[in-house]
Ligand binder design. Structure first.
Ligand code: PLP
Length: 342
């Protein structure tokens, strides 16, 4: 099966498993896991922040971040169709009691759009805006990168207005690779940033929050509250350290493969796709009439040996990753075309 459902399907390599098996461990809730401590120090340095905190998942890191930066009744302004809106089971309402206001389109918004939505400073019936949250890259819009200049303007305005800034950086590694900027540059403007190890980096689990010592200290309490404080989690942190050393460089190939897939598919008259819009490792396209709907194409492709997700009634998402080669991406494109044209 050529599996293009997600970069989360990547499996740990033999070398990663060895690194995990030989990891030195201790009780991380006592701060005694040397491998977790090493990962947290290394990530903080890499992101140019004072401190970092290890989590099992990015969903939990996102939930913990918003809980740390808000109180019940506060408002979070965020990107339209963000992961925290669509795919975290309503967690922001349940865990933080905060409300989300989605703005912009296609994974982006401008500083002016942000400013015109800020509430609660001159009229106290409004929910006070306490956080501005972006997602870089933005999953739902096809792995788009948030423009750096706009990030700096938004974060500066937020700081001036007493609003915290947060980046869901589940795929910040991809944004860095494709934009030629370091993760430290991309994280620099924000108060808190998450980063995930279990997507393109191929780890079985693991995510981090990075920020100032003071914010990370507050987040540590909420991680515990959410049930995310672990014990001998150095076994997982060892996989993340291994990925930092050996897997980051593969993202370049994932991005090239996504462009290749997009180029092959865009030639089909039944597909609406601009290959120029593909910026990282996610390809999203629409099916034009008389092509069948996305679920039908998904089912047909499955029978031919390719899997992916229907992302809407006539929309399909493909994700490239380290467990699918260039040759298999080409093969997948031909089989997808066959499934559409059948
Ligand atoms: C942008 C974004 N944020 C957060 C997550 C959640 O990551 P996890 O599966 O580690 O909870 C995902 C997962 O796909 C994602 O795409």
């Amino acid at each position: 099966m050529l599996d293009l459902r997600s970069d989360t399907i990547t499996k740990p390599t033999g070398a990663m498993r060895q690194a995990m098996a030989s990891a030195e461990v201790g009780d991380d809730q006592f701060g005694e896991d040397p491998t977790v401590n090493l990962l947290q120090e290394r990530v903080a340095e890499l992101f140019g922040k004072e401190s970092s905190l290890f989590f099992p998942t990015t969903t939990m890191a996102n939930q913990c971040a918003i809980r740390t930066l808000t109180h019940p009744g506060d408002e979070v302004i965020c990107t339209k169709d963000a992961h925290i809106v669509l795919y975290e089971a309503g967690g922001i309402g349940a865990n933080s009691g905060a409300q989300l206001q989605q703005i912009g389109a296609h994974g982006r918004f401008t500083c002016e759009e942000f400013e015109s939505n800020i509430k609660g400073f001159d009229f106290d019936v409004n929910p006070p805006t306490k956080v501005v949250a972006i997602e870089n890259t933005h999953n739902r819009s096809g792995g788009r990168i948030f423009p750096y200049e706009e990030i700096t303007r938004i974060a500066t305005t937020a700081r001036e207005r007493g609003i915290a800034s947060y980046c869901d950086g589940a795929r910040i590694w991809n944004a860095a690779e494709a934009s030629g900027r370091t993760v430290a540059e991309l994280a620099g403007p924000f108060d808190l940033v998450s980063a995930c190890f279990s997507k393109g980096l191929g780890c079985p689990a693991g995510s981090v929050l990075v920020g100032s010592r003071e914010v990370i200290q507050r987040a540590t309490r909420y991680r515990r509250m959410l049930g995310g404080a672990m014990r001998q989690s150095g076994i997982l942190a060892a996989a993340c350290l291994h990925a930092l050393d050996h897997h980051l460089e593969h993202l370049h190939a994932d991005h090239k493969n996504a462009k290749l897939l997009a180029g092959l598919l865009a030639a089909c008259p039944l597909i609406e796709l601009n290959p120029e819009s593909v910026e990282t490792n996610i390809v999203i396209f629409d099916l034009k009439s008389p092509a069948p709907g996305a679920r039908e194409v998904e089912a047909r492709a499955q029978k031919l040996g390719v899997s992916f997700f229907a992302f809407g009634p006539r929309t399909i998402r493909l994700v490239t990753h380290r467990d699918i080669s260039t040759a298999n991406c080409e093969k997948a494109a031909h089989l997808i075309l066959k499934a559409i044209e059948q």
